[in-house]
Design a protein around this ligand. Sequence first.
Ligand SMILES: *Cc1c(COP(=O)(O)O)cnc(C)c1O
Length: 451
Amino acid sequence: MGHTSRRKFLRQSSLGAAGYLLGSGLVNSSFAATAASRTPAILGGQPLFNAASWVKWPMWIQSEDEQTLIESIRSGVWSRAKLVDEFESKWAAAIGTKRCLTVVNGTNALITAINRLNIGAGDEVITTPYTFIASVQAILANNAMPVFADIDPATYQVDPAKIESKITKRTKAILVVHILGLPADMDRIMAIAAKHNLVVIEDACQAHLAVYDHKTVGSIGKAGCFSFQNSKNLPIGEGGAIVSNDDKYIDDCFAAHNLGYAYGTSTGAIAGDSFMRASKIRLTEYAAAIGLAQLKRLEAQTNTRHENAAYLSSMLKDVEGIKPIKLYDKVTRGAYHLYSFRYDPAGFKGMNRAKFMEALRKEGVPCSGGYKVMHTQEFMREAFSSRVYKSFYSQKELNFETYKQRNDCPKNAALCNDAVWMTQNILLGSRKDMEGIAEAIRSIQKNAGKI
Ligand SMILES: *Cc1c(COP(=O)(O)O)cnc(C)c1O
């Protein structure tokens, strides 16, 4: 994209969903006419896309985004103050909760959220195996035991039917992850939690503004956690938030993020007494300024991703060997931090996933295979061999071989082997781009025997 057209694109993109219609790197826009005859790029044909031209992420619109940031830097007020307060009240309003507390990142949002619910050594937390490692590290950081319930293969989310059999006397919480930014089956999960008196924490670190049953995710459980890491749908670089409707709980989280000084104490002041052990994980003013700039675009971008994902899935669902991810009935908006489908080599003359992804990348469509099986990894064994785990759990519980067997999730293992992912910025392209992606896949399929 040239300088002028890029400026024009950026200007239009700030106007909302319609702005993305300019699209991205489609090289050959007449693909529809050439559908049957085109040679896939992996066999020497012209790629459909220029891989370098997809919407850049994070997005920064100088004319609109910089003023507050520069003012905050020039003011010298860099520790948390009014911009962090403003971001927190706007994020609480966006999610529909009474309160929001920002912290340094999503991982620490989860660690603090779990910790302030008094979940710790000796407790079990049920979660999904199909998630980013931070969900599990946050449980371990509290010296609690992660227990995995297998996934629903159609939606990739934790399968509520698999949760109940995992509940024991020690279970305290369900850490629900809205993975890929798509809401989990919250009605059933909340019902199970109520029946067994468990607390629900939502890991919404990929699910900014996703909507389930008229509720924005993060507002359904006791606490919702968000990440504003660079790749996320609201990028700050590093940043995170805990949201809740419980004032006392967020006040407590505030103290936990500020050396144990009570909510309302001004940062930097040594006034008052600290009332608990705590870390210090505060967001900075300039980070909040970046967040406020990104927040202005989030609603429109979320709608664009949702619409493009639905359009792409409608084209891919009839392609043999491609199974787009499904949403639960009550989901009216997915955040689509990632777009995914399951790939079956049988529809592509036995071509394996790695080869398929290579062919797709050659068309200028970036993609990856997503998560690996996690509970068998070394960090789990390392936790189990620590002094604190040895003092709070029995030898039997800490036997890593039997732990792995107990937590075996075959549906998750299959998904780790056959998922194909694209990142959210691809979904900020045009409808024509979505048609191009579908065409790239169809032409790879047509030529599968030769690849
Ligand atoms: C990104 C992410 C986190 C952690 O957030 P950070 O800001 O990177 O620390 C936690 N859970 C999930 C599902 C995530 O995607």
